[in-house]
Ligand binder design. Structure first.
Ligand code: GLU
Length: 491
């Protein structure tokens, strides 16, 4: 049996429809990503629709920050429209619905400015006085210039049940009597979200509407509008909401910058890691793996893998990022080809005031990749590669565990002699310094620790010989000399 909700489109057409009233919210980013995945998995078309008809709340800054967030994600779209450029189409559609007798003018001043967000519950379901106004009187008052909202004439009293099958939440139904006579046009002539959205979805031949679960109940109104337009009803799939650990819906007003996509970017998440993380919020891949590349996610993505339960993003005041997001980011950093990792690291170094050459970043990147979880961690993990002068450190760190300052000095003196004459490549350094250790009667550990601290300024540092090669002979010798001097004060 054909699906009654099917539009019969051969390949899907989906849309992401942000309202530019703030930055790109992580929940919106996830809606965008799921639409993109659905389109790309099914060789369909992805439309970006800016829902910018709310002139009081829209800002150009917000439009820019949404695009900035989307560009960072790196996912493409095929078509782009702005609702504000389509107002004529919306008004014509409203007129057509009115002409069919499926809408009426509401001159009630208190309701005339109602937008789609108001009076969805409670006593007022429709305004009998206005609904029953004769065509003549309605026309006469409109001609006289009295402002009115245009409301959908929702079928009453016949026991009509509105139904659709949601791609995630399954069979949905509601008695039409429980749906208020919602506005299509506001009294200022602007279309409401419900009207503009459905008219555009119909005109753009959107086959699948994939959006947040907070729009699930709006869908009953949308069914009526599609019917009024004489347009096929698209398929609907609503996505579970993203919740904060406090149990509230994740919101910028309550939870601040943690809900903005650019916060993740600025902290040094890779877009593919962020996408991987967002996908796991509300979708379970059939193979039960968590670390997934974008190609793998696209190949695996189906709507029946989307869960109904809301997903929690974990964060605290001290730690704004979910531990799983951070873990995934570390995994993606490790999986990245080194030239791409370098390209991603460079802006973080620049921002910290370091300006290493691309070659140097390329050399440093593989040495620190295992040691960082966020790209910004690279600054503290690698600063000693770029500093002319190491930050002061405690000279006691130079002393190996079972040794004293005199031993550390002997190690550093020997190291200087050896390094002055050894070719500066990994294998030669390895061999020469091990031989030097043996000549001092030391194991590798007590030999290497003073050298490591001397050249890096810390115990915890990347592999020693590779690090020394990148730093070069002069820098290493200079730092070891300074370290030795520092030890003099300890006796
Ligand atoms: N502009 C609406 C929003 O941001 C779009 C909702 C929809 O996808 O229909 O919530």
């Amino acid at each position: 049996m054909p699906d009654p909700n099917s539009s019969g489109a051969a390949t899907p057409r989906v849309r992401f429809a942000p309202s530019p009233t703030g930055f790109l919210h992580v929940g919106s980013a996830r809606t965008f990503i799921f639409n993109w995945l659905y389109a790309r998995h099914n060789h369909g078309t992805m439309v970006l629709r800016l829902d910018d008809t709310d002139i009081e709340r829209n800002t150009e800054t917000s439009v820019q920050s949404i695009f900035e967030g989307l560009r960072w994600l790196g996912l493409d779209w095929d078509e782009e429209v702005k609702q504000s450029e389509r107002l004529d189409l919306h008004r014509q559609a409203a007129a057509a619905i009115f002409a069919k007798g499926l809408a009426y003018r509401d001159f009630t001043p208190a309701h005339a400015s109602d937008d789609e967000h108001s009076s969805s519950q409670g006593a007022w379901l429709f305004n009998p006085g206005m609904r029953e106004l004769s065509r003549e009187e309605s026309g006469r008052r409109a001609d006289a210039g009295e402002p009115f909202a245009l409301r959908y004439r929702v079928p009453r009293g016949g026991g009509r049940i509105l139904r659709f099958v949601d791609g995630v939440y399954g069979e949905q139904q509601k008695l039409a009597d429980e749906v208020e006579d919602f506005a299509l046009l506001r009294s200022d002539g602007m279309p409401t979200y419900h009207l503009a959205s459905c008219v555009d979805d119909a005109d753009l031949r959107i086959s699948h509407i994939i959006r947040g679960q907070d729009h699930l109940t709006n869908t009953f109104k949308h069914l009526l509008i599609f019917e009024g337009l004489g347009a096929p009803t698209p398929q609907f799939a609503h996505l579970p909401l993203l919740m904060a650990p406090d149990g509230a819906k994740l919101s910028k007003r309550k939870h601040g910058p943690v809900v903005s996509v650019t916060t993740y970017r600025d902290a040094g998440f890779l877009p593919q890691a962020f996408i991987n993380f967002l996908c796991l919020l509300g979708w379970s891949p059939k193979n039960d793996r968590e670390f997934l590349s974008l190609d793998e996610i696209r190949d695996l993505f189906t709507l029946d893998g989307v869960n109904r339960a809301n997903a929690v993003v974990n964060f605290t005041n001290d730690d704004p990022f979910d531990a799983k997001a951070v873990w995934l980011n570390a995994e993606h950093i490790r999986a990245l080809p080194v030239d791409e990792l370098s390209d991603n690291l460079r802006p973080f170094f620049e921002q910290a005031g370091f300006h290493p050459s691309p070659e140097k970043v390329l050399a440093v990147a593989p040495l620190i990749r295992e040691r960082i979880k966020l790209l910004r961690d690279a600054v503290s993990a690698a600063d000693f590669f770029f500093l002319d002068q190491l930050a002061p450190y405690d000279a006691a760190e130079l002393i190996p565990q079972k040794g004293d300052a005199a031993l550390a000095r002997r190690v550093l003196e020997t190291a200087q002699q050896v390094l002055a004459v050894t070719p500066f490549d990994h294998d030669s350094l390895d061999k020469a310094l091990r031989e030097a250790a043996a000549s001092l009667g030391l194991k590798a550990g007590p030999m290497f620790q003073p050298i490591r601290v001397a050249v890096c300024g810390r115990k915890n540092a990347p592999p020693l010989f590779e690090t020394m090669v990148v730093l070069g002979r002069d820098v290493c010798l200079d730092r070891i000399r300074q370290a030795e001097e520092g030890l003099r004060s300890l006796g």
